[in-house]
Design a protein around this ligand. Structure first.
Ligand SMILES: *Cc1c(COP(=O)(O)O)cnc(C)c1O
Length: 398
């Protein structure tokens, strides 16, 4: 017996792979600052649980496959209030997190062998989503020196072939923190129109843009509404990763019908979590102003400290809660192992995500890391100081 070729070629998450070594370090009594995964520590707004506690039905029944109306209406309210976007219930499909929205979208759009273009480094699970339907991810390579910018006509057009169906846009980006401006979005929209491509826009970090910048969405561009698919989620915006609520949103009727057929096969998304999520979508805007100020302070602390490493290449990220940096080390995975196994400063060390797993092109990212600024500013400062001390100790040990 054999598993499918599709699964045989897939990899385990390169982000979680190093956790075992972190546990070992902790068993030896070391304190490990974990900057490797994007699990925010900000409290989930209490209205989520309150809404669930107030749910009065005696039976937890299946919900509609497309989502419960309370949640659809709350999403419509939020998109109109904060972004001036006009959507109707039929334009939205509630999913098990943004992840399921992406899986369903790839399934609905790609035939085996067809291509989606995506700027690398990118969120590694796109490999899984695309692989599941035997699609092909075509990378647009970006680099640290240029701040991971990919919104350039020549770069994008060079990646387009006669098999291309989708341009994937992750903004604010994970792992780079790169943010597409409204001008960038218009350019990508023009290219998509000229080459007749879908735009799959992963906007799960939509509000997390800093330095006074305004958040934007591909949903604000009316002239490309028929080719835009938005992916949304409560995970990051409201620090509710375990709720598993997201959505795929599009004004393209054919696409939404394909999606609904797929969604009917998995019946529905958990009913109670949808009720909780509806309360989140109706929360006051002031909630993210506070969350954003906190992340911005964390980013500033991290960037300030990381910049002190001699030879580092890093630009201050404009959004999300990740930062990519190129370090003066020969091999980032070796360096991470060194941090976990050999290094400590007063019994403390730090952990990050090595970058090669975020690239589709083999051999890239060998001296880059991603850090998630998900700890308080003081802790971020200390963790980045530990990386700085670690780089010096690692290079001295060579
Ligand atoms: C976290 C994340 C997702 C999906 O998260 P869900 O918890 O499934 O909503 C999707 N895209 C990016 C870029 C992410 O960082």
């Amino acid at each position: 017996m054999e598993v499918s070729k599709r699964c045989a070629v897939m990899q385990f998450s390169p982000i979680r792979r190093f956790n075992t070594f972190a546990f070992e370090a902790e068993e030896q009594g070391k304190k490990v600052y974990r900057l490797n995964i994007g699990q925010p520590d900000i409290e989930t707004p209490p209205c989520f649980k309150e809404a669930i506690n107030n749910y009065e039905q005696k039976v937890i029944a299946y919900a509609e496959s497309g989502g419960v109306n309370e949640l659809l209406d709350a999403m419509i309210y939020y998109m109109k209030r904060d972004f001036g976007m006009e959507y109707e219930r039929k334009d939205i499909l509630v999913t098990n997190g943004g992840s399921e929205a992406l899986i369903l979208a790839f399934t609905a759009l790609l035939n085996p062998g067809e291509e989606a273009i995506i700027a690398e480094p990118f969120y590694t699970n796109y490999n899984t989503f695309c692989n599941e339907v035997s699609g092909v991810l075509k990378p647009i390579t970006t680099n640290a020196e240029d701040g991971y910018n990919w919104a350039k006509r020549d770069l994008i057009e060079a990646a387009i072939t006669d098999k291309t169906k989708i341009i994937c846009c992750l903004s604010p980006g994970n792992p780079t923190g790169r943010v597409l401006t409204l001008e960038d979005m218009k350019l990508i929209g023009e290219i998509a129109k000229e080459h007749d491509l879908w735009i799959l826009s992963d906007e799960v970090y939509r509000e997390f843009v800093y330095d006074g910048a305004e958040a934007h969405s591909f949903g604000q561009l009316d002239d490309i509404a028929d080719r835009v698919i938005l992916v949304d989620s409560v995970s990051k915006r409201w620090s509710a990763c375990g709720a598993r609520i997201g959505a795929a949103i599009s004004k393209n009727k054919e696409f939404m019908e394909a999606l609904l057929k797929l969604a009917q096969g998995r019946l529905c998304v958990p009913t109670l979590e949808q009720i909780g999520a509806a309360a989140l979508y109706r929360m006051d805007k002031s909630y993210y102003d506070a969350a954003k100020a906190e992340y911005e302070a964390r980013r500033d602390a991290a960037y300030d400290e990381i910049s002190k490493i001699p030879g580092v290449v890093c630009q201050k990220p404009a959004g999300s809660f990740y930062m990519m940096c190129k370090l003066p080390v020969d091999n980032i995975e070796d360096f991470l192992m060194f941090m976990l196994k050999e290094f400590d400063d007063n019994g403390e060390t730090a952990m990050f995500a090595p970058a090669p797993g975020f690239y589709a092109t083999k051999g890239l990212g060998g001296n880059e890391m991603r850090i998630a600024y998900v700890l308080s500013p003081d802790k971020m400062r200390r963790a980045c100081e530990l990386i700085k001390l670690g780089v010096a100790a690692y290079n001295a040990s060579k």
